[in-house]
Design a protein around this ligand. Sequence first.
Ligand code: GLY
Length: 352
Amino acid sequence: MIKQHVGLGEKSYDILIGSGILQETGARIAALCGRFKPEDGIAVVTDSLVWGLHGAAFSASMAAAGLGFSPVVLEPGEQNKSLDGLGRLYSDFAAMRLKRGGLVVAFGGGVVGDLGGFAAATWMRGVCYIQVPTTLLAQVDSGVGGKTAIDLKEGKNLAGAFYQPACVLADTNLLATLSGRDFRCGMAEVVKYGAICSKTFFESLRERPGAAELPGIVDMCCGIKSGIVERDELDKGERRLLNFGHTFGHALETLGGFRRFNHGEAVAIGMLLAAETGEKMGLTEPGSAAAIRAVLEIHGFETVCPYPPEEMLPQMEMDKKNEGDQVQLVLIKAPGEAFVHSTDAAELRSLC
Ligand code: GLY
């Protein structure tokens, strides 16, 4: 088992990564007693897919540790990351009498983590929670760093909070049950970490990983992310680098009605577009986009943007990370080194 520490003073926590951690979940949660009181209630937020696959193992480990809990099982899908989904959690927390000293466990992928985390951040003004991420995307990115949110009809992740978990338990065995498409979705974020922070790691992704390599990959990504979060928890500077590919990617997701591309597929094309844009601006080393395309193709990603610039640009101008009329683009100097470039719509239009 690998342990990463996220050093945030009183909000510090460990990320445990390895195969078979699910079987230890109860013992790991019991070890956090003191930060929460089991008698004040434990709510386990999950979805029916995860619960069907892994609920029995989870329940057995909780029973072995002598911990009772109330499962809150949602239907899978982004539609639950909503005001309605949040209301459902609050009702269930009230019905089970979850008190301020209790615990919320977010057991699932990005939707469950974001929603369960936000519910924990706001229930009785904040209860202890832990992340038990079950997808590659959640293990390398969304389950770590304390970003919690729900979507509003006006846009994704518009209501949220920075709220750090007390622990993250990432069992890489669970990744074996992901569909090829869901696994690939997480690989886009993995490629992102290489592209923004480590040329060596980026180059190691020229081969598809086997199961034995997954703990090391999750460890590498969590190590990069925890360093960034320690230096910029509240996303005011360096943490923005984690949005490489996301400004273009968000435009793709929106234009595709959030059905044509999943998040990772959109981010993959977005990273390529960002690298191509940087090359056109003379800010990115020539050949960088080709290197990114090659890695993405190895992992089976589509690399052609199906939308013309005149459809992409208005979406990018609405990105919530923009400041005034400036679009905040994360670009790379070359794979392994990223920076934020502030540009305006006129410059972007002239390049597309
Ligand atoms: N997923 C990007 C971040 O946590 O900042």
